[in-house]
Design a protein. Sequence first.
Lengths: 223, 296
Amino acid sequence: MPKANLIVRVLLAACATLWAALAGAGELHALITDQNGQAMEDAVVLARPVDDRNAVLARPVRNEMDQIDKEYVPHVKVVMVGSKVYFPNKDNIRHHVYSFSPPKVFELKLYSGTSAPPVLFDKAGPVTLGCNIHDWMLGYIYVADTPFFGKSAKDGKIVIADLPEGEYSLRVWHPDMKGSEEATVRKVKLEAAQTVNMEWQLSLKPVFRIPRASVSGGAGAYR
Amino acid sequence: MRISNLNKCSCALLCAIPLLGVSPLALADWGSSAKVEMRYDSNINNAQLSDDIASATVLGVGAAASSFFAFEEGNSLSISAEANGEVYNNYSGVNNVSLGATAAMRKKWALGAYAPWTAISVSAAHLNFDNNIRDGWRYQAALQGGKRILERWDVRAEYMLERRTAEELPPDQPGISGDVFSQSNRSLTLNAVYTWSDTLLLTFGTLWRHGDVVATTSETANMIASSQAIAADPVFGPHLYAYRMTASSYGLNVGMNIVVAERSLLRASMMRVLTHAEGDNDYARNVLTLSWNYNF
């Protein structure tokens, strides 16, 4: 990204934040549950302004997806389009990060520590991460096309603050959801200083994860 | 494969580490594990006649330490040392302890969890029995390959050469060797793992094995005529003999693995093996195993 462009974006973001504060920013409170009514962690809610004039750009922040004890931490991370993400390896061994997902196909070959360069995520959508050494390692980066997003905590709740007045298109994504994001889209109009409460109940597909446990398949029992 | 060749393979694998241009100790993934196993074996002496068949319940314990080295281009090397012990309820002569080491070089042929892989491994272990006529070394060399073919199905195959050495016993029959516990064989196993859930994995396996077997049973003219070696085997009775003969075995195995905690795995399995040996010594074995593994 050219430096001048970046400065303009930062200034726009600062102006928008100031404008939102002066006008009285709104808040979106969301609750995400599964088909059984259980709270769902790691669901992503995106609020995209219908009027693009309200589509302010986020301030660039340092994004990291850690690797700790042979797992991606956090399991789900949300970044905005154009973000660079670092993949620090906090284990004492080497990892080999990769993704086959259409929004970002990439590979960080075997490395340890913080030696891997950041990866630019320039297309919106979910990106599934794997490790070529440890097949069970699974993580997600959701690349958002709006600066207004949040991720649910264990109680299934999300708060998206500092929303300028206007109409928004809301949608939800979760790695285990059945169906598409488009099926979750809702429109909401937010007045100044207004708080809106929303709930989504998602149907989940059967969760499959490559097990961490090593099973020989019985060959050892033959000897 | 001769023993000297196996040792050369082991040395070659170990020497390959520095040649790959990395500092192995700094990058090693060290691990250790412990195992407790209870096993029922319906025919531990490979006998055909019901009067000769000896069954046993076996308590086994084991511990292993391993290190794993990941290299570029999907290559990896694992080295492990293992100690095991077994106690038999009725036949203390086959109680044993063993100490061994394994080195395996693995190649993953593409990126991702569904990539096929191949491996070559060599291992050596020394086995010490209460009754020392079975004491000796066990050497194994294996070619392995596998692939996750579907989301829940992981398959693998292994072709193994095995050789066991033991002290040569005095001949019992004129003109027939007494070196009954030195054996060699080759085997092919095909295994599949089905992931039922995060905590339950089912395993299915088949076995073909050809080579030497040792059957301890009553003396018959047919057994003597078809044996390559014969020696008295006091472990199973004062008047029984151990016969080494060539045989082919076919087996089936099913197992259930339960992940009881992040580092803890409970396994139950059943195996049935049918063997046809020279001299028409045909026998069957059923083995039920319950084991618990813990990774530190």
